[in-house]
Design a protein around this ligand. Sequence first.
Ligand code: BES
Ligand code: MN
Ligand code: ZN
Length: 501
Amino acid sequence: MKFSTITTDAPRIRTGCLVAGLFEGRTATPAYRALDDASGGKLDSVVRKARFRGDAGRHLQIHALEGVTPDSVLVVGCGPAKETMTATRYLKMAGGAARAAVDSGTPSVSWALCEIEVDDRDFEWKSRVAVERLGDAAYRFDAMRGNADRNRTRPPSRASVAAPRRYRGAAVSGIATGRAIAAGVSLARDLGNLPGNVCTPSYLAEQAKALAARHRKVTFKVLDETRMKRLGMGSLLSVARGSREPPRLIVLEYRGAARGQGSIVLVGKGVTFDSGGISIKPSATMDEMKFDMCGAASVIGAMEACATLDLPLNVVALAPATENLPDGNASKPGDIVTTMAGKTVEILNTDAEGRLILCDALTYAERYKPDVIIDLATLTGACVIALGAHASGLFSNHQPLADALLAAGERAGDRAWQMPLWDEYAEQLKSNFADVANVGGREAGAVTAASFLAGFVSKQRWAHLDIAGTAWRSGRAKGATGRPVGLLCQYLLDRAGEASA
Ligand code: BES
Ligand code: MN
Ligand code: ZN
């Protein structure tokens, strides 16, 4: 979708669908009032007859309204006018409005919702939200269809953000930011949605390489099995043993700041298919385990956005990538492996493979002497039970970093919720035969997984996001969400703001 700004008054905008807000009790927004006036009161009379009151989450599309230029007007319920319009409430409204506008089948949209006052948020943020939410709603994954687009409504190809002249600059810059983030989200969703037979570890590496070729400040390298062996990554290699696809450790380095400035290292779990290995999973929804590389997809997506935005930061993206399959050569329960850090791990369950690949990647990350390390992983079913799809699970050994990530998630509408990392949980990972076991029993599964990882980052400020519940949707709407690229981008933007301040 192409995005632009428009300063024309709402009633005169040439568009297929003009999106305007209406508060509860039919309390008008400026655009709504202007449209109503231009139509000689027709708008309000149609809205009244449809018994549309302006309740949050409701929409009403009116076609061929007399006296106005837009082909249709999509009236969006804004909820109570008297209660504060919080960012969270606004994000929900914008998401619903974007979906309704896109689903209406119109070739172009004009968005007049940035004029609505939002607590502690400016016009630039609202323009950015418009682009992100419209981009998300217009996303299609047709790469694997032989007959793409047949019998399906096309998403709009153009969208304009309506802005009064004095906010034009803010809108232009908000759109640029939103466009970069939307592209990162869309890339992450594409990688996530691709099937396991296409999106292999080597394929992910190729995509990362292509990303580096698109951006001058990004460099790519990849570690193959031989390099991993030489580095002593016995844990990562043990997961790859059962697969015919060779593992990869993907490295993208973005240099947007001076060499001396510390780097932010993002580590994403890239299990391109997780069958569980010898501890095999039940078959019912096993297809969804193609999404087990969504952590890797997110760091690649965030890198795309970061490079497009040319942020004054140094960022490194690491993605350990492998399949987890059963085979005569696969790791077995009871096997003991030696990690790059020198610690030995007893593999009690081959399905707890994410932590086995991440621990070596985290050790590798320490080479950068990073300012912070943030890993993202579809790590545990237990996290889905704990938080559902509403929040990613956040764990950290450094509270200021946790706070910054929580705030970023809140601001981006891509929330996380912190869980504890107390020493007590590490007790559950004791092994009779090795330094540590890779599973800690049924209780607090998301925490013991995080606690396992914490054991590999003694010196660094580190946070872990368990995105098992947020990275994809199941059922009818099955598909990758692109989360938490929004959260990551916001965190990077915040860090860039500090750097330039
Ligand atoms: N990739 C899965 C986690 C997962 C499972 C995410 C279901 C979303 C839905 C991970 O590798 C895994 O299998 N974890 C195990 C850990 C257990 C063996 C300790 C789990 O959560 O069952
Ligand atoms: Mn698993
Ligand atoms: Zn997994």
